[in-house]
Write a protein that binds this ligand. Structure first.
Ligand code: SAM
Length: 222
């Protein structure tokens, strides 16, 4: 199997299940125009997150890692008007682009972008009365994934979902190279996830236009 075939199959899936959407296309353009990395989830992954949020009737969603708001928009579209999505972003620049995209998507009343390192903003959420969340999507700096897991499990309701992107990293998670803190973070995260007493979980290996990676999905036990 080649990357070219993965791309073709992704396009085939998108043509069937992810109709053209000018708002989301503009979000992707905004990242290029602002010279930001193209590291958002794929269209079908966005649709998958949207479907999961709908399936559990999510009313409160937390995201770690906003970028330009692409995955935020997918998930926020699954919320009713009273729903809320809080997304944590380190970069002031990314947050500014995301806020503008969320406004264009008509979701500014439902979504808040909170700026700062997630390890500092996460502990403030309980005191702010934001928790418990129905669904959490971890997609920020991979080296901190193990620490994020401990914090978000405490903020997620029983029966709620915790998801984390990029936990396979083209297989580098099997034996991370020295200094590959992202792969090491993902490896430690997966081990912690597998052994967490309050979670039942699995990692789905994925291929597609984003290459070879994986998505972790966990349910908080009742
Ligand atoms: N979820 C986004 C999407 O699919 O559209 C993509 C997020 S991108 C993979 C990762 C984002 O996490 C970047 O915007 C980066 O600035 C942010 N980030 C990196 N370190 C962070 C930290 N310590 N706290 C919060 N955000 C961080």
């Amino acid at each position: 199997m080649t990357q070219d075939l993965f791309n073709k199959v992704d396009h085939y899936i998108d043509s069937l299940f992810v109709p053209d959407d000018s708002i989301l296309t503009d979000v992707l353009d905004s990242t290029r125009n602002a010279d930001m990395p193209q590291i958002q989830v794929s269209a079908s992954q966005g649709k998958f997150l949207y479907l999961l949020a709908k399936l559990i009737n999510a009313k409160r969603i937390l995201e770690l890692g906003t970028l330009a708001g692409y995955s935020s928009i997918w998930m926020a579209r699954a919320l009713s008007a009273e729903g809320r999505l809080l997304t944590l972003e380190y970069s002031e620049k990314h947050a500014k682009v995301a806020r503008s995209n969320l406004q264009r998507a008509g979701l500014e009343d439902r979504v808040e972008v909170m700026v700062g390192p997630a390890l500092e903003t996460l502990p403030q959420l309980a005191a702010r009365g934001e928790a418990p969340f129905d669904m959490v999507f971890i997609d920020a700096d991979k080296n901190n994934y193990p620490a994020y897991l401990d914090l978000v499990v405490k903020l997620t309701r029983p029966g709620g979902l915790v998801l984390a992107d990029n936990v396979v990293r083209a297989g580098s998670v099997l034996a991370p190279d020295k200094g590959d803190t992202a792969a090491e973070g993902a490896r430690l995260f997966n081990e912690k996830l597998a052994n967490h007493p309050r979670l039942e979980a699995v990692v789905l290996q994925l291929v597609g236009e984003k290459g070879h990676d994986g998505l972790a999905i966990a349910r908080v036990k009742a």
